[in-house]
Design a protein around this ligand. Structure first.
Ligand SMILES: [Fe+2]
Length: 299
């Protein structure tokens, strides 16, 4: 178990949530820290993210603008707007915070993006050349039995691979899908081969710019193509790695309650989510930072 961490100046205490990943954050409220522009506390959050990868806060009272201000501390915000539903899925008075939900408006239109289906392990924004760095969720409404969200420590997954596999994959690139066919169960048919060839090429092993440590950076579907490999060879390797990760013990999950808030490092974590009853609503506010071009282990 990692040691409980508290610096003498910090507004926060970080209590490890599992031996491998995650911390529950105690102490000051995020709203107070934002109000005070407490730079020490914000720096501590960034350090704690490098250590724990996912931070969980309970009982937060946050305004949309405070969440965006917090996100800006970690870098430029990512526009998640979709042209077809940009009004429905966004809060009115801010630009970047987005609604993720299965709920409908009174006239039967989607209130935001999302569904009640369970999701497979994935990272956010892998279809972009510069995938998101940090992701944020603020729980507003949850079902009677809230679904759990799980995060996987992708440093540990990489570290635990057999050396022969590390040697084989250290300089490989994967073509990630350039639009998602979905990672919700039951998994929909994937993209045709001609589309799978068009996506962004990311290193299979990337290096975190702050920690300098290698991360296994997996595509969200096993049929993603490995550069220089046939589709069959790609499927065999990515299928093996996704299964290896899914069977590894380096994860932690929690069922978010109303007013819970989480931040995670989307570079160093995979995440997935359980489903829930379709007649119950779950409403989350979601934010992300623009990312960096993934840094390859083998430069
Ligand atoms: Fe996600």
């Amino acid at each position: 178990m990692l040691e409980q961490r508290r610096s003498t100046e910090s507004a926060f205490t970080f209590v490890p949530a599992s031996p491998h990943i995650g911390a529950r954050v105690m102490g000051s409220s995020l709203a107070d820290v934002m109000e005070a522009q407490d730079q020490n506390a914000l720096a501590d959050l960034r350090d704690a993210l490098d250590t724990h990868l996912i931070l969980h806060f309970s009982g937060q009272t946050l305004q949309p603008r405070q969440i965006e201000d917090l996100g800006r501390h970690f870098g430029p915000l990512l526009s998640l707007k979709r042209p077809e539903n940009k009004t429905a899925s966004h809060l009115g008075d801010v630009e970047f915070l987005k609604i993720i939900t299965n709920a409908l408006t009174p006239d039967g239109k989607p209130l935001g993006d999302g569904s009640n289906a369970s999701q497979d392990w994935h990272t956010d924004g892998a279809m972009k050349p510069r995938p998101a760095t940090y992701s944020y969720f603020y729980a507003r409404t949850v079902p009677r039995v809230p679904p759990k969200t799980y995060w996987m420590n992708a440093y540990r997954v990489y570290e635990s691979l057999p050396q022969s596999v590390k040697d084989k994959i250290h300089d490989l690139y994967v073509i990630h899908h350039h639009y998602t066919a979905g990672n919700e169960f039951p998994l929909p048919p994937s993209l045709p081969l001609t589309e799978r060839e068009k996506g962004p090429r990311h290193p299979l092993v990337r290096v975190h710019p702050a920690t300098g440590k290698p991360i296994l950076y997996l595509p969200h579907r096993r049929d993603a193509l490995v550069v220089g490999y046939s589709p069959e060879e790609s499927d065999e390797l990515i299928g093996y790695l996704r299964e290896f990760a899914a069977n590894s013990p380096f994860w932690w999950g929690t069922a978010m309650q109303p007013d819970d808030f989480v931040i995670w490092d989307n570079r160093a974590c995979l995440h997935r989510r359980d489903g829930w009853e379709s007649n119950e609503d779950r409403i989350m506010w979601h934010l992300a930072n623009e990312g960096e071009t993934p840094i390859p282990l083998a430069g």
